[in-house]
Design a protein around this ligand. Sequence first.
Ligand SMILES: NC(=O)c1ccc[n+]([C@@H]2O[C@H](COP(=O)([O-])OP(=O)(O)OC[C@H]3O[C@@H](n4cnc5c(N)ncnc54)[C@H](OP(=O)(O)O)[C@@H]3O)[C@@H](O)[C@H]2O)c1
Length: 301
Amino acid sequence: MNKKWTLEQVPSQEGRVAIVTGANSGIGYETSLGLAQKGVEVVMACRDLRKAEEARSRLVAKCPTAKIKIRKVDVSSLREVRDFVNQFRKQYERLDLLINNAGIMMSPYKVSEDGFENQLATNYIGHFALTGLLLPILTATPRSRVVTLSSLSYKWAEIQFDDLHAKEGYSRRKAYGQSKRACLIVAYELQRRLAAAGYDTLSVAAHPGLCKTNLDQYFPALIRPLGNLFLQTAKQGALPVLYAALANDIQGGEFIGPDGFQQMRGYPTEVDSDDYSKDEQVAKRLWKASEEMTNTYYLGA
Ligand SMILES: NC(=O)c1ccc[n+]([C@@H]2O[C@H](COP(=O)([O-])OP(=O)(O)OC[C@H]3O[C@@H](n4cnc5c(N)ncnc54)[C@H](OP(=O)(O)O)[C@@H]3O)[C@@H](O)[C@H]2O)c1
């Protein structure tokens, strides 16, 4: 893997199409900008169209050649995910890159419209359904990739199979950790299933280290400004995501994060994760539970 990988090393990606969820802010915005700078047509998949339009204006001011489309999707709603995919499949014949990025962190307890704990619904379940519903167009596109955002916080929790939706007691921190662990486990499992089925679509997990973004919106107002002192920028944090999406030495099944101290900052490199995240029995159990929750069945093992 190259040291100090940057976008400058990537050739033109003209003709390719990407979906970025949560593209109006933070890492999703910077990832969209980076892809657009390389000629990728980017579908900014956002829940708030006003914020998305404002983000597109900012992006186009920086990259006047950008090809950007905006589409509405609240990923915590399976109904909206299905509507989004139906619309996308009517309008596009290829999907090169699916960036499963949208997320919330340590939000107050809330149940999604489908009856799921809302951090799990937003960060993980909606993206599981989105990926499955887009699989036919992904696998029909040569060398396509699914990049899924996890986090160093995956270590905060294991999967609570007996109480996935925290009905027996809610911890904001554990619910976030569980959702990001689920993202990581299933990114690995997706790669195993794609390979077993003979597809050349790759699944890669990525984490951005620690970045100053709106992800801290549920933190106390007094401590939020402290992030400016020690967190890296969203632009730097998007590099592992862009690497996972575009670098030519990706094989599938990697976890990409920053190379600096404790993976908190730096340039993209392959990183390891704990044994539980790589446990194939846990992955199969989570996949099955996710298929049942979403009524979206794909890549049956
Ligand atoms: N920042 C970090 O240090 C860090 C570290 C590890 C992992 N991550 C991961 O990076 C990803 C991006 O986070 P960020 O730091 O860039 O935070 P951010 O600035 O808050 O961006 C999050 C994006 O997700 C969108 N979003 C939230 N809920 C959504 C929903 N239900 N449907 C559709 N979009 C939704 C937000 O839209 P609105 O603007 O409408 O709210 C926003 O566009 C997340 O998956 C997060 O877990 C971040």
